[in-house]
Write a protein that binds this ligand. Structure first.
Ligand code: SAM
Ligand code: SF4
Length: 364
């Protein structure tokens, strides 16, 4: 078996190299995390780009076994922001020079929903004079709908594959066409063909998930040539079917550590992509996102959903910052990024260099 320092000196990595990196401890682990940060500084710089996250509705037609806002959770209070609340949040992002917003919600494919998004995209572009970049994260849709949204101004799309192990995928979703692995994968192909910057990701530390699965996930990101990745620890929610298997989970701190290693290894594997420091990291460690930035991430998604609704977008328990208003969040993040030796790319889109290198034009 090779040593970790030998592997870190390589330019390409086998499945077993990745497994070894994900399992390393002690000094090896510190060296891996340091290398993740150094590769980031060298290839994408120390700037951290903001994507103001607007969780505009927790109404969802799907029933993923891990998610607190799944359709069958009748305890959750459902909400749907009005158009003017969404536009106010986008205005806040623009006024504070966030560069971009992310519109995220539960999944719905009705024409009323998809037309509403098209209209919101046009309005956000108008109110910001084209300044705000827009990422969508509203699940699986038809190719036609993705195309309409692209034409209306969305240029990045986040659709986590959740896990690339298809039998694990089946264990964490109902077995029906609405929750089909290949359908989700097809969506990533549509999005790429249309011209979106595509982001995907996985949950780390799911019950039944192995280190080998995570190594496969990393190779999938590489083979697919993904532009952005948002991945974070799985955090159990008591009102979901997967809660039954909580005794199989790694202790929460180990899931956190594994997530940091995943970020560092991915940065070493895919040097010029955008990697988000997931909010779920902060649910475990108050400085979780800053730690993610230090080891290789370069994107943060500050939550700019009006404080009133944040409690109800509870995918998992102990979600951070649920009782803060957007302005409080911003002040807090300025200090936090400085602590992680980062500089905030105010007013910049911070597009994925990986995407631009493929011959795509810079957005701003
Ligand atoms: N409905 C859209 C979708 O599923 O793509 C977008 C919103 S969904 C809430 C965003 C992400 O939340 C999912 O892709 C999933 O990875 C993550 N998520 C859901 N439940 C989670 C949990 N219990 N722990 C960590 N992440 C979770
Ligand atoms: Fe709905 Fe997304 Fe949660 Fe699945 S992960 S239940 S699609 S919000």
């Amino acid at each position: 078996m090779e040593t970790i320092s030998a592997i870190l000196g390589q330019t390409s990595f086998s499945h077993s190299n990745l497994e070894q990196l994900l399992q390393c401890t002690g000094e090896d682990k510190s060296n891996l995390l340091k290398k993740g940060g150094a590769v980031k500084d060298l290839f994408v710089g120390n700037k951290v780009y903001f994507r103001g996250l607007i969780e505009f509705s927790n109404v969802c037609d799907k029933d993923c076994f891990y998610c607190g806002i799944r359709k069958s959770n009748h305890i959750v209070k459902r909400y749907n922001l009005t158009d003017s609340e969404i536009l106010d949040a986008a205005r806040f992002a623009d006024d504070n020079r966030f560069g971009s917003v992310v519109l995220q919600s539960g999944e719905n494919s009705s024409p009323a929903f998809t037309d509403r998004i098209t209209n919101l995209l046009t309005k956000i572009k108008e109110l910001s004079n084209g300044r705000l970049g827009i990422t969508l994260s509203v699940g699986e849709q038809t190719e036609l709908v993705y195309r309409k949204w692209f034409e209306a101004g969305a240029h990045r799309y986040l659709l986590r594959i959740e896990t690339t192990n298809q039998s694990l995928y089946k264990r964490i979703h109902p077995c029906d066409l609405l929750h089909d692995f290949n359908r989700r994968l097809d969506c990533l192909y549509y999005l790429r063909a249309i011209g979106y910057q595509i982001g995907t990701g996985v949950m780390i530390g799911l019950p039944f998930q192995t280190i080998s699965d995570l190594a496969d996930d990393l190779l999938f990101f590489q083979q697919f040539g993904i532009d952005m990745v948002g991945m974070g620890p799985y955090i159990e929610h008591s009102e979901t079917p997967l809660y039954e298997f909580r005794h199989l989970l790694l202790p929460i701190q180990e899931r956190f550590d594994l997530s940091l290693k995943m970020i560092a290894v991915l940065r070493i594997l895919m040097k010029d992509i955008n990697i988000a420091a997931a909010t779920a990291l902060q649910a475990i460690d108050p400085l979780g996102r800053e730690k993610g930035i230090k080891v290789g991430a370069n994107i943060i998604m500050p939550n700019i959903t009006p404080g009133l609704y944040r409690n109800d977008y509870s995918l998992y328990e102990n979600k951070p910052c649920v009782d803060e208003e957007p302005a409080q969040c911003k002040g807090c993040l300025d200090a936090r990024i400085a602590m992680a030796d980062g500089e905030i790319g105010y007013g910049e889109w911070g597009d994925s260099i990986h995407f631009l290198k493929k011959g795509n034009k810079e957005a701003i």
